[in-house]
Write a protein that binds this ligand. Structure first.
Ligand code: FES
Length: 107
């Protein structure tokens, strides 16, 4: 059974290493990224303006926003490159078999 507050959102096999997808959790758009086989979840909506980070480019732990090229670390939510100056939220992730479950955001 999933822990309270965690919901199944996707299958690990849907996201290859180096790829990302967007899912909806409680009316929030969440980006799921596979970094070297480990799944990470952050806000899909950029903290700078309204853009979907999952439509940008993932390189290692770094996602580049498609709108103005800001970059974030998908494991910590931190800004790596401007123009954004606010991090994106990181969500807790659990893996059960092939299921990806997303829990509450860290902040
Ligand atoms: S909207 Fe993402 S960098 Fe501007």
């Amino acid at each position: 059974m999933a822990d309270p507050g965690f919901v199944k959102v996707a299958q690990v096999s849907e996201i290859k290493p180096g790829e990302m997808i967007a899912v909806e959790v409680d009316n929030e758009q969440v980006l799921l990224a596979n970094v070297n086989g480990s799944i990470h979840a952050v806000d899909d909506v950029c903290s700078h303006a309204y853009a979907s980070l999952s439509e940008g480019e993932l390189s290692g732990e770094e996602v580049e926003c498609p709108l103005h090229g800001g970059t974030f670390n998908v494991t910590t939510g931190e800004v790596l490159g401007p123009p954004p100056d606010e991090p994106v939220r990181v969500y807790k992730v659990q893996i059960e078999g092939d299921d990806i479950l997303v829990g509450p955001a860290n902040a």
